[in-house]
Write a protein that binds this ligand. Sequence first.
Ligand code: ZN
Ligand code: FE
Length: 253
Amino acid sequence: MLQIHQFPCLEDNYGFLAHDTESGATATIDTPDAAEILRQADLKGWRITDVWNTHWHPDHAGGNAEIKAKTGARVTGPAEVERIGTAPDRIVADGDVVRLGGYEARVVDVGGHTLGHIAYVLDTENVGFVGDALFAMGCGRLFEGTAEQMWASLSRIAALPDDATLYCAHEYTLSNARFALAIDPDNAALQARVDYVKALRAAGKPTVPMTLSVEKATNPFLRAPLLKAAIGMPNAQDWEAFGEVRLRKDNFK
Ligand code: ZN
Ligand code: FE
């Protein structure tokens, strides 16, 4: 069985440990906070054998060195992770397969937030770790890539099964919801979801993970093609509409 343990860390990050009960292999998806990740693994009685990085940002790969030093874990990630100090033991790219005990994750290129950003998709479990590519009702800022690249990346995530469970790396949901309501005000599914996530947060509960079908119905970035008229770009390409929605979010107060 594959168990996934999720816990908050830093300001608004989530840590994730994926554990194969059979072999004992345990991966930390990214290393936002080494001390907290090691503590959570201890609480579970799990020994971290692998680090799977999604992208090079310090709140994702900054704890690699400490976790590797304390556990001997093997670091897998995109080449760009070198930027925070040491290269991954195994550099992976789109289409590669990464093993965790008896489980396999497929590497999917989701570049845009950073150029080399990847997601890890466990098809048999119908689960994806999407880092800072897609958030609940949001998506990552375009720090390095273009709107066209990011739209292609989000489309790869959207091509997963509708009932796929997506783990994103930040609890940004309430602030994303404000923008989503502003740009897509007549969306009843969105209104209902916002009420639901407000209740979750008020109860101190996470809004992560998400279900892909819910994102498709409520996430204004995935819905950009349907918002063309609303944003005054009826004849735009899908990626151009996405780029405009992203720009409006960047400037949203
Ligand atoms: Zn990031
Ligand atoms: Fe991040």
